[in-house]
Design a protein around this ligand. Structure first.
Ligand code: MN
Length: 742
């Protein structure tokens, strides 16, 4: 028989009380009405015994006792001969020299595939990192199993390992117990196998928190002993009530399992004395109608009052794992509350055994037509199956369908599991890890082997991404990544990249167009920026990008931006007229060009150098030598063409005057302009042009005046700065007019 659950303070909750023989397994299979091919099972067992040879477990017993016990658990749970055979062989691929092919030829292909599946699950290493990670890992196991039987065998394997856990070292014991709690017990729950779930949980509880286990079990026993009389009285009352109404039912009571109670106490932060539903009466009836009839009797019994809000109809609305039952809680006259669970025999078996119960139904049925519908609905709920069922005829065929057809699970080298849509590639993986890892992804290893980036990931693959900082996304990546994250990251990168190229192309196009007027972008930047503002663009680069993408022609931009003077035709601005007056064409030049008396020199308008200032000359194309102040920003650009530089110096001083523009920033006070013109006149400056702009609280006065030399200008500047209300005086060297000088 199956080892019983023992609530003993000093022992694990489930004990291996006997050595299993093949006969025990066969007896169990027969008890559940299974067909048994004794010779087949014997040959499978002999094969396993031979292959495991003298391997021993930590307990010291021969290894083959472990698969034998696993097979027994499977038979006991109601699974068929095939599952039992898989149980017997489940460790041969991992622990012996046998390979999958040998199993296939020796026995059969289906058996070999199932054993292979169990082996593969065992290779996934669970690294503990929070609830989300555990959930993904559980899904990975469900998905990579590809057949529900693989999981069932794995659960039986884990159950036996937990039953014999005390032989392991403390560290492994805790790790395995924790993994059992976080991964395998929830899987058993998912498959509706509540008995296996409870066994796994209690064993893990015992090994992880032994003291708490012991004291809790002691308290449970104590409460049961003290309350036994009252409980029996309630049971008799229930039996009498139902019997009088002609309802046949088995009535018993069950104490919640230790771990289940422990979890509840922890969650609510209470002591066991405050926990009312640690036990439940269970009414097992013949049919579904009797369930509701029994419920009515419980609710209308004069001595009991239903506790509001505690009634749950899991028959009409089964739990996600298929659990069906009616639950209610009633208050007794003595103030004691107790839970009552009402269900049919079938529902009860399903509640205990889950998927195994369905296995047993199948044996007794034809397995075709409508008979399968119930199981299919159940299985669909079980695995949250989203896809429509194509062929609902065979229950077994469903066990082989992907549980998560749309997902695939892969590991990082650290052991984290990540889920992806089916068809995802190492590149999707890289982008999920980090955008930069994706952008610089150069290659990938799947399970240690180099693969092309477009290789689809398989369940349980360990993915290692190779990066190279000089590697960048390429457009063809878009043809094989499947996650929207990877797609959008790649697109974004490509767009940014494209934009940069467009900026460069646009800048060059403008440069070319400006070149026709002997201008450069650098020289007309201010004008371009004005245009950018007028067009509602943010930065100069945006204008370049527009030109680069062809949204606006370079010629159009240049046409709008340049002054007529810059374009070399039409009327001249008033500023240029001022300058012309001072430098009449043909008049004597104030500058001598060394060794080139025949070369005409003119003062660059961008900086208008003054006599005495350090100057440099540049040969222009066909217009003589332009002379700049050495501080002129345009000189820096011209330095790129050193071959055009030419030495110049001021000619002997004459009664010549030179134009200078000053920008005077002032407080916005009345009479400011008058005061300034007075200062300029007093100091011998001759005003040619003057204008004022006011901003909020400030005034900017632009004045073009004539001075004889630098010293005069300096004195003038100092006097102007001394005027009360003047914030600053700047000599203007416009970079915007450099073109004429070049
Ligand atoms: Mn095993």
């Amino acid at each position: 028989m199956r080892p019983p659950l023992r609530l003993r303070r000093d022992r694990p909750p489930v004990e291996v009380s006997q050595r299993i023989q093949l006969e025990d397994i066969i007896a169990r299979l027969r008890l559940h009405g299974r067909a048994v091919d004794e010779a087949f099972l014997r040959s499978v067992l002999e094969f396993a015994v031979e292959k495991h040879g003298d391997q021993k477990r930590r307990s010291g017993e021969l290894f083959y006792h472990h698969p034998l016990y696993v097979a027994y658990l499977l038979a006991d749970l109601g699974f068929d001969e095939m599952c039992v055979a898989v149980g017997l062989l489940h460790d041969v691929l991992e622990d012996t020299r046998v390979d999958r092919q040998e199993l296939g030829t020796r026995f059969d292909e289906e058996l070999a595939e199932l054993v292979d599946g169990v082996t593969k699950i065992g290779r996934h290493e669970y690294v503990r990192r929070g609830d989300a990670q555990a959930e993904t890992f559980r899904k990975l196991i469900l998905a990579s199993a590809r057949d529900v039987r693989v999981i069932v065998v794995k659960l039986a394997d884990r159950l036996h390992n937990m039953m014999t856990l005390e032989h392991l070292a403390e560290g492994s014991r805790r790790r395995i117990a924790r993994e059992t709690l976080e991964i395998y017990a929830p899987l058993a729950h998912r498959l509706g196998m509540s008995r296996v779930q409870g066994d796994l949980e209690d064993l893990a509880f015992y090994h992880l928190h032994r003291d708490e286990f012991r004291s809790l079990v002691a308290k449970i026993e104590e409460r049961r002993r003290v309350g036994r009389g009252a409980l029996d009285a309630i049971r008799e009352e229930l039996t009498g009530t139902l019997g009088a109404a002609g309802i046949e039912a088995e009535i018993g009571y069950r104490i919640k399992r230790p771990y289940s109670i422990y979890r509840k106490l922890k969650k609510r932060g209470i002591e066991i004395e405050q926990l009312y539903d640690y036990l439940a009466f269970r009414i097992i009836t013949g049919g579904q109608a009797d369930c509701y009839a029994a419920l009515g009797l419980v609710h209308t019994h004069p001595a009991w009052r239903a506790v509001p809000g505690r009634f749950k109809d899991y028959i009409a609305n089964p739990k996600p794992n298929g659990y069906r039952s009616l639950h209610t809680t009633v208050l007794n006259t003595d103030g004691r509350t107790f839970e009552v669970q009402i269900r049919t025999k079938d529902m009860d078996r399903e509640a205990e055994e889950g998927i195994a119960a369905h296995w047993r139904y199948k044996a007794g049925r034809g397995g075709s037509g409508d008979d399968g519908t119930q199981e299919i609905r159940w299985l669909r709920q079980l695995v949250d199956w989203q896809k429509d069922v194509q062929d609902p005829r065979s229950f077994l065929s469903f066990l082989k369908i992907d549980l998560y057809p749309d997902e695939v699970y892969a590991f990082t080298p650290r052991g984290d599991v990540m889920s992806f849509p089916r068809g995802a590639t190492p590149l999707d993986f890289a982008y999920k890890v980090h955008t930069e890892v994706g952008h610089h992804c150069q290659g990938a290893r799947l399970n240690g082997k180099l693969v092309p980036l477009r290789t689809p990931l398989g369940n349980g693959d360990m993915v290692e991404i190779l990066t190279n900082p000089s590697r960048h996304p390429s457009r063809d990546w878009l043809s094989f990544v499947v996650t929207s994250r990877a797609k959008s990251k790649i697109r974004h990168w490509l767009n940014t990249q494209q934009n940069e190229q467009a900026i460069e192309i646009g800048r060059r196009a403008l440069e070319r167009e400006l070149g026709r007027f002997r201008l450069q972008v650098k020289g007309v930047e201010k004008q371009l920026e004005t245009y950018v503002k007028e067009e509602g663009l943010g930065r100069l680069e945006e204008l370049f990008a527009r030109v680069g993408f062809g949204r606006v022609a370079a010629r159009q931009v240049v046409g709008r931006v340049l002054t007529e003077e810059q374009m070399g035709s039409g009327s001249r601005s008033s500023f240029s007229q001022v300058v012309r007056k001072i430098l009449p064409t043909g008049g004597p030049s104030p500058i001598e060009v060394r060794g080139h008396d025949d070369l005409m020199a003119f003062l660059a308008k961008c900086c208008s150098p003054l006599p005495g200032e350090a100057i440099v000359g540049y040969i222009t194309r066909g217009r003589g030598v332009s002379v700049h102040s050495q501080d002129c920003p345009n000189v820096r650009n011209l330095l790129y063409h050193p071959e055009r530089e030419i030495e110049v110096r001021w000619a002997s001083p004459k009664d010549e005057v030179f134009p200078v523009s000053l920008e005077i920033e002032t407080e916005d006070k009345p009479g400011m302009l008058a005061r300034l013109t007075e200062v300029i006149a007093k100091n011998g400056g001759n005003i040619r042009q003057i204008g004022a702009e006011t901003e909020t609280g400030r005034g900017v006065i632009l004045v073009v005046l004539e001075v004889r030399n630098r010293r005069q200008l300096q004195r003038l500047k100092q006097r102007l700065e001394a005027v009360s209300g003047v914030i600053g005086v700047d000599r203007k060297m416009s970079g915007g007019r450099a073109g004429n000088a070049g």
